[in-house]
Design a protein around this ligand. Structure first.
Ligand code: PMP
Length: 466
């Protein structure tokens, strides 16, 4: 079968996510060509005609150790020979037990309990429901609202969508959603010229403090993406926000939910982004009341998510059956043994070398390789945390005036990076006019350079005047 044949069959019956399907109409000439992938290895995807694509976004930020990592593949094959799946209510199994034990050791201290689900949005739903239910179980049923940041993204099921604030995904469904209290994000792209990230982030915290003071009596939890608001445009802020938020949540009696689904497992150069939060004394890091994990947890091999929480929260649900306090959230594939085994194998890979050092080093390569973009005529900002580097295109960088959205500049860059180079393409899936790199940690420095070079060409092409 050729690319064209697979594409035609796909378009006949498949409805793809995050896509206006008409953009795929017209084959190669489509706004967004649909690319059928036959196989993958490491950082490379390959289509049915042998063209290779460097996966610069780790397939929606999941494949931290690249595709088909040999140890993960071998572990999964072994698991398939013993236990595929079993109902997780009333039954347990080795992969889930071991995974919970290892995650608790790895997580910020005090997160002792793991609740399994099978995708990131579900992990967020679990945290939201658990927080609400906790307050109800301890006699505070009036705590029913959530506090979240503008520009946040937490998934697309209705609860997760409600606490997010990314218009593209949320606006259509607004009338169906819970009404959280949105607080202006500390997003440092918005800071005045000359102000440091830290000063701006500290200053922005005043809004959060005011909302907590006003709404703590009715609020269950604050939810946020630590350090990087990913789907909202890879907008970044200083970790001091996390330290200040932890202190304020404690003071006001409101839970803190850290959505580490995109940034967890080393992406920012520490195992969890919460680990960066500076402390006046002792080591850096905060412990949220709930931490949501998914994506990198299986290195992109199988769907899995975990919501970790504190023992004190668990204890508020632990009672006689007739007290009716149990947490009843359930998904059929909860704790799937294959997915848990893939996660265990991912943790094994973490233990084999100092990946955090590698992520930081690769981050430096990426920063150097994209140097020319920092003075590009149409680039308003290049920002970075660990192995996430984002390039914000703008018509007038000085005033931060964006290109008209209808011009779809980011999409032009996307197409160029995929198709123009004769030997291979680069998969960079921009968020509007924000191009970003979020490659697997196994990428080689020469591949970082190639990826950056092709991206720079694509940006030049996309920002040419018509
Ligand atoms: N939270 C964050 C921070 C995310 O980036 C995502 C996915 N992009 C989600 C939640 C939702 O995860 P999923 O797509 O697996 O539902």
């Amino acid at each position: 079968m050729t690319n064209i044949e697979w594409t035609a069959r796909s378009l006949a019956h498949v409805w793809h996510p995050c896509t206006q399907m008409q953009d795929h109409a017209g084959g190669d000439a489509a706004n967004i060509p649909l690319i059928p992938i036959a196989k993958a290895e490491g950082v490379w995807l390959e289509d049915y005609e042998g063209r290779r694509y460097l996966d610069g976004v780790s397939s929606w930020w999941t494949n931290i150790f690249g595709h088909r990592h040999p140890h993960i593949v071998a572990s999964l094959k072994d698991q398939l020979d013993t236990l595929d799946h079993v109902i997780f209510a009333g039954f347990t199994h080795q992969p889930a037990v071991e995974l919970a034990e290892r995650l608790v050791k790895l997580a910020p201290p005090g997160l002792d309990r793991c609740f399994f689900a099978d995708n990131g949005s579900a992990a967020v739903e679990v945290a939201l429901k658990m927080s609400f239910h906790y307050w109800r179980n301890v006699g505070k049923p009036q705590k029913t609202r959530y506090i979240a940041l503008t520009g946040g993204y937490h998934g697309e099921t209705l609860g997760a969508l409600a606490v997010g604030h990314t218009g593209l995904y949320r606006d259509t469904y607004a009338s169906l959603l819970l009404q959280p209290i949105h607080v202006p994000s500390p997003d440092c792209y918005e800071r005045p010229a000359g102000e440091s990230w830290e000063d701006y982030t500290r200053r922005r915290f005043a809004d959060m403090e005011a909302v907590l003071a006003q709404h703590a009596h009715e609020a269950c939890a604050v939810i946020l993406e630590p350090l990087v608001q990913c789907a909202g445009g890879m907008r970044m802020y200083h970790p001091i926000y996390l330290s200040m938020l932890r202190e304020a949540c404690d003071r006001h009696g409101v839970h803190l939910i850290a959505d580490e689904i995109a940034v967890g497992f080393g992406r920012t150069g520490k195992m969890f982004a919460c680990n960066w939060a500076p402390q006046k004394t002792g080591p850096n890091g905060i412990t949220p009341d709930f931490m949501c994990l998914s994506k990198g947890i299986t290195s992109g091999t199988l769907p899995l998510a975990v919501t970790l929480t504190r023992d004190a929260i668990y204890q508020a649900f632990y009672d006689e059956y007739r007290a009716g306090k149990a947490f009843l959230h359930s998904h059929s594939y909860t704790g799937n043994p294959l997915a848990c085994r893939a996660a265990l194998a991912t943790l094994d890979v973490f233990e084999k070398q100092d990946w955090m050092a590698r992520v930081r080093l690769l981050g430096q390569f990426l920063w150097s390789a994209t140097a020319s973009l920092r003075s590009h005529r149409y680039v308003a900002e290049v920002r970075q945390q660990g192995l996430i580097l984002a390039v914000e295109l703008a018509r007038r960088p000085q005033t931060r005036e964006a290109f008209p959205a209808a011009e779809r500049r980011g999409l032009r860059a996307y197409r160029h990076a995929l198709a123009t180079h004769k030997d291979f393409g680069v998969l960079l899936r921009p968020l509007g006019d924000i191009l970003y790199f979020m490659p697997p940690y196994v990428i080689e420095p020469r591949e970082v350079e190639a990826m950056a070079r092709i991206a720079c060409e694509a940006i030049d092409y996309a920002t040419q005047d018509d």
